[in-house]
Write a protein of this length. Structure first.
Length: 352
């Protein structure tokens, strides 16, 4: 059984060693449920698929949510966990089993919190949104997501990160005319035509915008290109896949409008989209959290599930011991000291 009262660093190592690649979280969900029921009996526990919600049921006027996903990207010869100096290595160590370890440690050790707490441990965050555990909870048991403030234990290197970027992926096509490559003047090469799209991207100056004192930097990048029929055929189509990471002051409709104008004259097809989240750092709950954690808040570069809570009108921030720059890498690791410090900071925030 997972020992929830263990040092949070040891607890993190134990979680890493239970493989839980997206879609394969069953074993870890079973062990977390078993541990919570045996060692945190003061919590009401609900399970939806391979996601778990554990809640205090007292009479405090405020409820906060601590949420973290239990899945990881595929293993890349980085299991089992191991220590090197002051770091703990292993798949998910940074994104985000170190954050989940803090959740579990708090769930067992804080029995008389100064506000009601909802702990959410959810599946399938690293893959398509339809399989995301929060999507299933919102559909089947939306009342379990009620709260006044939410903290996503995503990797932030121990600082508070506000909001998140929106993301949109599109396909931009160039058309040509097929011909035999020996008589190329009879055709029109669609791959060569894609050079104009790449020039547009190379010459683009990414927008920067200041929100609640945080500077968000947008990004517009080609992430894939495909085309070609055969080694002796001039291709009549080329597809450039582009990812737009947009600041949270843009809606998805704003982002789409920008892209269609930017690539005017080319067919544009949206293949994936998710809204950003404004930081909301001026809200009282966020201000109090920042005051307790300390440090200077930073913008979240990337998309996280803070956007889901923002859509529910629940202010949310990202805060976790993991390093976002190491997430999903072969050498993924976490600073041991940040796990220990995070446990202390969150306990001070939630204890009477």
């Amino acid at each position: 059984m997972i020992d929830l009262f263990a040092d949070p660093v040891a607890l993190c190592a134990a979680l890493i060693d239970i493989e839980s690649v997206s879609g394969n979280e069953g074993q870890l969900a079973d062990l977390i449920e078993e541990a919570l029921r045996a060692q945190a009996s003061h919590l009401a526990i609900d399970r939806i698929g391979n996601s778990l919600v554990a809640r205090t049921t007292g009479s405090c006027s405020e409820r906060v949510i601590l949420a973290g996903h239990i899945d990881t990207v595929p293993v890349a010869q980085n299991l089992p966990s191991h220590f090197e100096g002051d770091r703990l290595f292993g798949v998910g160590s940074s994104d985000m089993k170190s954050g989940v370890a803090l959740q579990l440690h708090l769930a067992a050790s804080i029995t008389n919190p100064n506000r009601e707490i909802t702990f959410i441990f959810y599946e399938c965050e690293e893959i398509e949104a339809e399989r995301n555990g929060l999507t299933h909870i919102a559909r089947e048991r939306p009342e379990l997501l009620a709260g006044d403030f939410a903290v996503l234990l995503e990797p932030t290197d121990g600082v508070v990160e506000g909001g998140c970027q929106g993301t949109m992926r599109i396909e931009v096509r160039t058309r040509g005319v097929r011909a035999h490559s020996a008589r190329s003047w009879l055709g029109e090469n669609a791959i060569h035509g894609a050079g104009e799209i790449l020039d547009l991207l190379n010459n683009h100056e990414p927008r920067r915008v200041l929100i609640d004192g945080l500077e968000y930097r947008e990004g517009l990048q080609a992430v894939a290109i495909s085309g070609g029929v055969a080694g002796n055929v001039i291709p009549d189509e080329c597809v450039v896949t582009i990812n737009f990471r947009f600041a949270p002051d843009r809606s998805e409709a704003d982002a789409e409008r920008f892209l269609r104008i930017f690539f005017e004259g080319y067919p544009v097809r949206i293949i994936d989209s998710a809204p950003g989240a404004l930081p909301g750092l001026t809200r009282p709950a966020a201000q109090e959290f920042i005051a307790k954690i300390g440090g200077v808040p930073a913008p979240k570069f990337g998309w996280t599930d803070v956007a889901r809570f923002t859509a529910l009108n629940i202010p949310a921030v990202n805060f976790g011991p993991g390093n976002p720059s190491l997430a999903h890498t072969v050498d993924e690791s976490v600073d041991i000291e940040l796990i220990q410090r995070g446990a202390t900071q969150l306990k001070e925030w939630l204890s009477p």
